[in-house]
Design a protein around this ligand. Sequence first.
Ligand SMILES: Nc1nc2c(ncn2[C@@H]2O[C@H](COP(=O)(O)OP(=O)(O)OP(=O)(O)O)[C@@H](O)[C@H]2O)c(=O)[nH]1
Length: 307
Amino acid sequence: MSFSVYRIYSELYGIASVLTLSAMVLAWSAWLEWRDKPSLRMKQISLGVASLAVCFACYTMGYKGMIYIFPISFIYFMLFPWLQALIFTACFCVVALYAGSFTEPMPVWARYSFAVFNNLIFAALLARVVAKQKAMLIDVAQTDELTGCLNRKALIPDLQQAIDDFHQKDKRSVILLIDIDHFKSINDTYGHLYGDLVLQSFAQHIKLLLPEDTRVYRYGGEEFLVLLNGYKINKAIALANPMLQMILPGDQRWPPLRVTCSIGIAAFSKGNSLEFWLKHADEALYEAKSQGRNRVKLADALNTQLA
Ligand SMILES: Nc1nc2c(ncn2[C@@H]2O[C@H](COP(=O)(O)OP(=O)(O)OP(=O)(O)O)[C@@H](O)[C@H]2O)c(=O)[nH]1
């Protein structure tokens, strides 16, 4: 905006209005990003307008226009994943520099081109490091330290995605809510450390029985949740049954132990909500516990019909 004001002051009204327009579109796009409502279309429009404005500025003002290539390049890296941003920015830089070549003498143009591509490499490297660190932070924030399963932070968006897939693509999903039986007495008898070992082994036991890409969450203390995307109830039951029992081999420190669990199963169905989906699975688990534990229970009559 400050450059637009400066151009108005310099009586370059054409450039000033193009810059003002692009600054406004960029500001709107940044606002959406800030509010966590990023819209791909909006990003494309805003950067498209801004890039065209800069190309026009390069064409009419030479190096004075080429200066704008730098901030726009950084905005590309802010708004898009680093590889996409690199491709977009490289294309944009080539066009803008080509536009500038009409106005600027060769030595000045070459110096600016060199600076622009240096800037591009630097921005790409920086964006890549940031993207890697962000992925690492997300991983740490969404993983349960003890069992290596995902935690609740990861669960809610995944369930929401499964619900969206149900509505948009008619893709059905099922959750298994799994609770280790009498875990308190394991803790009380053998100690907390052994309890931890049981939790770790049990998480491994579940994962080994599931297809590799299945997402397993630690839902609470000794409760686990499995999200089966694109599954029907009968297949979910077949996967759940072998989970009911695990034999933990002993070693010098601990005795061998038979660990059992109870499982509540609920499929997402029409008219349901995230809260009710979880509640249905919880009710089924409660029923499994109250009927004597070490069994699989379905959430309700509707789920049984779906089997
Ligand atoms: N070792 C260990 N224990 C935990 C952890 N988180 C929760 N717990 C324990 O898990 C136990 C859960 O006990 P309850 O909710 O009474 O359940 P339960 O004994 O398994 O009984 P049922 O579920 O009814 O079969 C409590 O004693 C908690 O202290 C943990 O991370 N490590």
